[in-house]
Design a protein around this ligand. Structure first.
Ligand SMILES: *Cc1c(COP(=O)(O)O)cnc(C)c1O
Length: 389
């Protein structure tokens, strides 16, 4: 069979299953409302929780360093790619996360791959939440250790699995801090207790918690008052820039620098991007009101949609999944939202389990209260129209 025909047939199956994906084209910088393929849409699906991606201080910081240091980094961190800006960012990240040290990766995806593929050894086991992010799942696959899955945030199941895995050398519990598709906060206080009792290590991916949870936005560690062995994070969500990181002890960072392949073999992110991230962290730490604004929207949207009769999942986080169930119904919902000028794509399998298709709303500090009104009105109308409420 010719190459393209073979691929066409496989794509047809994807289409028949209602799972065909396509990209949309944004014609503006990230903000609460954007021009999407010539039509203005209120954006309720961005991860730019604090509204920093288009912030002038980040842009100015990046522009200045772009002129001074150039467009690219010219090599991996261990060759010619390491600049004062990479180091400055890592110092700031460590201070922000209140750890001894931090190590920058090109993305959060690669930070997970880099940590999970290098830390556990062959005789070890990874205990992974069923709904962990794809990059954790891929990291587990690349690890030499075995992986055991426990039910989503189910601490009884985790305890059982810890008991069943005593024969392994070392055990690592790995979890999203805030689950990206469900908005659940992992019960890290309980998890740390279990880890202490069963002598396991804890790895937390704080992608969606960084900048959002805790008094100063430091993430789940601050929210729960805990110190995991490894914290992973990304700058691509609330910080509004790009790059991933691992934070922990100096020894951990030294180990990753020596053993983590995505760190060693990848070209460093451009210094200008580091400068934007440094500016983002400064704003995050100082401007508590952005987080407060964000959380008032979270509370309001969750309460209003629940009162309307929608089924929501998750805890008090800016990720607000509205369960629709059927793949096609979710597609219809999204389409109708878009007709009303609201951009909130449906999340479908395999990103979420079959039968659990949802509209994954996110609110940001950049929205205003009129935007939130429009969202709630649209959900009311479309929910009734599709007999969902
Ligand atoms: C987005 C996300 C990542 C990936 O981060 P990038 O910087 O976008 O690669 C990793 N883990 C979780 C939980 C995420 O939501």
């Amino acid at each position: 069979m010719p190459f393209d025909q073979w691929l066409e047939e496989r794509l047809d199956k994807t289409k028949q299953a209602g799972l065909y994906r396509q990209m949309r084209t944004m014609q503006e910088a990230p903000q609460s409302s954007m021009l999407v393929e010539e039509k203005r849409q209120l954006i309720f699906s961005s991860n730019d929780y604090l509204g920093l991606a288009g912030h002038s201080r980040l842009i100015d910081a990046a522009a200045e360093v772009l002129r001074e240091f150039g467009a690219g980094s010219s090599g991996s961190r261990l060759l010619t790619g390491n600049t004062v800006w990479h180091e400055k960012l890592e110092d700031r990240l460590a201070a922000f996360k209140q750890t001894e040290a931090a190590l920058l990766f090109s993305s959060g995806y690669l930070a997970n791959i880099g940590v999970l593929s290098s830390l556990p050894e062959k005789e070890d086991v990874l205990l992974s939440d069923r709904l962990n992010h794809a990059s954790i799942i891929d990291g587990c696959r690349l690890s030499k250790a075995d992986t055991v899955i426990y039910n989503h945030v189910d601490m009884d199941d985790l305890r059982e699995k810890l008991e069943q895995t005593v024969s392994y050398n070392r055990r690592f519990i790995v979890t999203d801090g805030v689950f990206s598709m469900d908005g659940t906060i992992a019960p890290l206080d309980q998890m740390m207790e279990l880890a202490a009792r069963y002598e396991a290590f804890v790895i937390v991916d704080d992608a969606h918690a960084t900048g959002v949870l805790g008094e100063s936005g430091r993430g789940t560690s601050e929210y729960f008052g805990i110190t995991p062995d490894v914290t992973i994070g990304t700058l691509s969500k609330a910080a509004g820039t790009e790059g991933g990181f691992a934070a922990g002890s100096k020894t951990l960072i030294d180990f990753l620098l020596n053993h983590s392949r995505p760190f060693i073999f990848q070209t460093a992110v451009p210094p200008a991007s580091c400068a934007a991230s440094v500016a983002a962290l400064q704003i995050m730490e100082k401007q508590k009101e952005r987080r407060e604004q964000l959380m008032t929207y979270v509370t309001r949207v969750k309460r209003s949609l629940t009162n309307l009769g929608f089924q929501l999942t998750g805890d008090e986080t800016p990720i607000i999944p509205v369960l629709i169930g059927d793949v096609e119904q979710a597609g219809r919902f999204t389409k109708k939202l878009e007709e009303q000028g609201i951009y909130a794509p449906a999340i479908r399998p395999p990103t979420v389990p079959a039968g659990e298709s949802r509209i994954r709303l996110t609110v940001t500090a950049a929205h205003d209260s009129g935007d939130v009104d429009k969202l709630i009105t649209a959900f009311h109308e479309i929910g009734e129209e599709l007999n969902l409420i």
